[in-house]
Each structure stands twice: as structure tokens, then as C-alpha cells.
Design a protein around this ligand. Structure first.
Ligand code: AMP
Ligand code: MG
Length: 405
């Protein structure tokens, strides 16, 4: 059986074969609506940054050689942000300036207002000042043409600000991959209905759609499939019109777990159909009619975890991003633990900072169907397959739920 690392390597390899970056479709997005989109172009400096020697404090532009404790220097002018610096700081003079102004000629430092006192037209200084203090030199941040944001970057707040700075108010981005979401199971009913005594509302369609959106995809939720070959085949074929298909349920060893069989009959090639993890062991990954397909186990916590571990990786690559490792954090274990060895565990857990140190404690749960438990968690505690006993206070790895942390 694959470890989850091996399974992830299978996905990276197969998606690498399926995707040709030049063939990924693009569109133009308004900068204001580009949060979370993946950049298909580069964002480069349109001039040098800063475009002038920029004062970064409110105070006085001075010749540093003039300034000493008790020095009295004549004030000859004032500049506010945006002003043309048409005044020169001659020896023995200074100019009052505000944050963001272009430092006037002659000055080589800025003294903060707090370190001065005014006596009429004269400014009295408290300390010495080093040349260059509180000035960012023209071009020190970026030369003209400097690469601010690379192709394939998911646009976050800082990237959007950088784009705005260089005037890139329309951006070329990759189209969001459309991800078909197909839940399966005779017992599954739509969430808006009153279930019969032995029926279950469809939560996976909702959690998967939310996860797809968070990961940068466009969810396409299909109608739940019954556990029959015919219904599965019909709905899978429909789902394969999307760029990728995610099924939930029907991949275990039960008599009516038919997803793999139906996919195989449709010509799918599988790269794994089990991973040494709990929850989520029966996870299936293959390619069917040129589209990546995931069959995730139907228990809601398994579905959630296996999406994060596997499907989101494929989605990132389809979205035009580079694949990246799982974003584990280190924390201190809040209590002793004993788990069965053999499978790597991803346990719904709570990360907190009781004394400033990240500390994690597993949430009590009744197994991978327990949505009440996972809804109280904010991360998954990772227990490697070869460990069983952990002592309180040991360092451990956690996978944050990035939707809430
Ligand atoms: P399966 O993987 O099909 O064997 O399903 C495992 C468990 O997950 C069963 O208890 C199902 O009722 C439950 N389950 C399957 N699909 C869903 C779904 N879409 N929403 C909520 N629970 C589900
Ligand atoms: Mg089922």
C-alpha cells in the first residue's frame, strides 16, 4: 500500500503528464476581483521603486554633518507628500518634511520630529544622525522591470498590492479548473430534505464544493448517484466533462461499492486505490478519458482529509500553480497518546496557544463519520505510521485547516 507521500508523488507525476502549461486556458481578470486567482503572466516594475529618494519619517531633512546634540539649524522650508522638492538644503539649514516626500537636494538624512524642538525659525536637535537615516534611496526596492510576482503565483493580498503599485489593473489569470463533484450512495438525500429514518443528508457535496473553491477551482456539483452501475456510469460520464472529477463514497470493499468497477469499465487507469492513512484508506486516484479522477471514501471526515491530502494537489496543478508540499506546522502535544501503528493518522484536533506555544490536542471522536468532532477542530494532528506512543509535550506535526486557521 502507498504511503501518503508516495501517493502524492503519483499525483504530481500523472498531472505533470496531463498538463501542458502553455495549453492552460487564460482570461483577463480585474485586479479588484483577482484574489485567489493564479497569475498567468508576470507582474513587473513599470519604473524604479521607490521612484525618488523617499523620506520614511515625519521630521526634518538635514545634512547629517550639521547635526549634533544641541545643534541649532535654520528652518528654510516645508515639503508635504507629493510636493516637487524645489528647495535645496544648504549647509546650516534644514527643511521640514512629511513621510513620503522626495528628499530635497543637499539633504542626506531625516531626523524624526520627536528628536527635535522648535525655537522660532530654528530647530534644535537632540542627537547625531547617520547619513542615509530614514531615507529609502531611489531604486533601492526594485529596478525598472524587476519581477514582482511570478507566473503561477496564487494572488494574495500582497501580490494584489504590488500589481496595483505598477498599474496592472487587469491581469492575465488561468481559468479556474472546473471540478465535478459526484456523491454516491442509495442512503444519501439532498441536504434540504427531511431524511427518512435510515437516510443521511448529503454533506460531502457541500464540503467538497467549499474545499474546491478554497483551493482555486470552480465546483460543479452533480446530482447524487445511486449505487448502481448504470446510474454511476451516466453521472460519471457527465462529470468527466469537467476538468477533474471527485467522487465520494462507493470505493470501499462493500458489495455496492461500485465506483472503481464502473470507472475501470469506462477505461480508467488507476495509480493507487488504497493509501496507508486513517481516515481515508480506500482513496482511489486514476485518469479516465484524459481527466484526473479521485474516488474518496464517503465518510465525511475521510472525504475532507483525503481532499486536502490528494485532490487539492491535483487541483493546484490544474489551476496553473506549482505543486507544493503539505503545509505542516510543528506543535507541542497537549496530552499523551496511543494509536495503532501501521497507518499514518490525521486526527481532527485543536491547536491553541495556552502559554504562547502552539499546543495541539486531539478532539474526542467516534471515527470518520463524526462531523460533530471535526467541526470542533481547527487542524489535523499527524501521527506517522511507525509511531504508536506519544508522551505529553512531545513535538508533533499538524496540518492546519486553512479554512479556519
Ligand atoms: P461509503 O464510502 O460509500 O461506504 O460511505 C461511508 C459512510 O459515509 C456511510 O456511512 C455513508 O452513509 C457516509 N456517506 C457517504 N456519502 C456521504 C455524503 N455524501 N454525505 C454524508 N455522508 C456520506
Ligand atoms: Mg456508499
Amino acid at each position: 500500500m502507498r504511503t501518503f507521500d508516495e501517493a502524492r508523488r503519483d499525483i504530481v507525476r500523472e498531472l505533470g503528464l496531463l498538463i501542458h502549461p502553455s495549453s492552460l486556458k487564460r482570461e483577463i481578470a480585474a485586479l479588484s476581483g483577482s484574489l485567489g486567482r493564479v497569475l498567468a503572466d508576470e507582474i513587473r516594475a513599470d519604473r524604479v521603486y521607490p521612484p525618488f529618494d523617499r523620506a520614511i519619517r515625519d521630521g526634518f531633512a538635514v545634512r547629517s554633518a550639521d547635526v549634533a546634540p544641541g545643534a541649532k539649524i535654520k528652518l528654510v522650508g516645508e515639503l508635504k507628500a507629493g510636493d516637487t522638492p524645489n528647495v535645496t538644503v544648504a549647509p546650516g539649514t534644514c527643511v521640514q518634511i512629511m513621510t513620503g516626500v522626495a528628499v530635497p537636494q543637499g539633504a542626506d538624512a531625516v531626523v524624526m520630529t520627536e528628536h527635535t524642538r522648535a525655537e522660532g525659525d530654528t530647530i534644535v536637535f537632540e542627537n547625531t544622525i547617520a547619513p542615509g537615516q530614514h531615507i529609502v534611496k531611489r531604486g533601492a526596492e526594485a529596478a525598472n522591470g524587476h519581477l514582482f510576482v511570478n507566473r503561477g503565483t496564487r494572488l494574495g493580498v500582497a501580490e494584489i498590492a504590488a500589481a496595483a503599485q505598477v498599474g496592472a489593473v487587469e491581469l492575465q489569470v488561468y481559468l479556474k479548473p472546473r471540478v465535478g463533484i459526484l456523491s454516491t450512495g442509495d442512503e444519501i438525500v439532498p441536504a434540504e430534505t427531511i431524511p427518512g429514518d435510515f437516510q443521511i443528508r448529503n454533506s460531502n457535496a457541500y464540503s467538497l464544493a467549499a474545499q474546491v473553491s478554497l483551493a482555486g477551482g470552480e465546483p460543479v456539483v452533480l446530482q447524487n448517484a445511486k449505487d448502481t452501475e448504470q446510474d454511476l456510469r451516466e453521472k460519471i460520464l457527465h462529470g468527466l466533462k469537467s476538468d477533474m472529477l471527485i467522487l465520494s463514497g462507493g470505493v470501499s470493499a462493500g458489495k455496492y461499492d461500485l465506483v472503481e468497477k464502473v470507472l475501470r469499465d469506462l477505461g480508467a487507469e488507476f495509480f493507487f486505490d488504497a493509501v496507508a492513512i486513517r481516515p481515508g484508506k480506500p482513496t482511489v486516484f486514476g485518469v479516465c478519458k484524459g481527466k484526473p479522477v479521485f474516488g474518496l471514501p464517503g465518510n465525511p471526515v475521510s472525504t475532507m482529509v483525503t481532499f486536502e491530502l490528494f485532490a487539492s494537489l491535483a487541483l493546484q496543478m490544474l489551476a496553473g500553480q506549482e505543486s507544493r508540499p503539505l503545509p505542516f506546522l510543528e506543535a507541542r502535544l497537549g496530552e499523551a497518546m496511543q494509536e495503532k501503528p501501521g497507518l499514518a493518522h490525521f486526527l481532527p484536533s485543536k491547536l491553541s496557544w495556552p502559554d504562547g506555544t502552539p499546543t495541539v490536542a486531539p478532539t474526542r471522536w467516534q471515527g470518520s463519520g463524526d462531523l460533530a468532532a471535526v467541526a470542533k477542530s481547527n487542524c489535523f494532528l499527524y501521527i506517522p505510521a511507525d509511531r504508536s506512543r506519544y508522551e505529553c509535550g512531545e513535538p508533533v506535526s499538524v496540518l492546519p485547516r486553512h479554512d479556519v486557521l
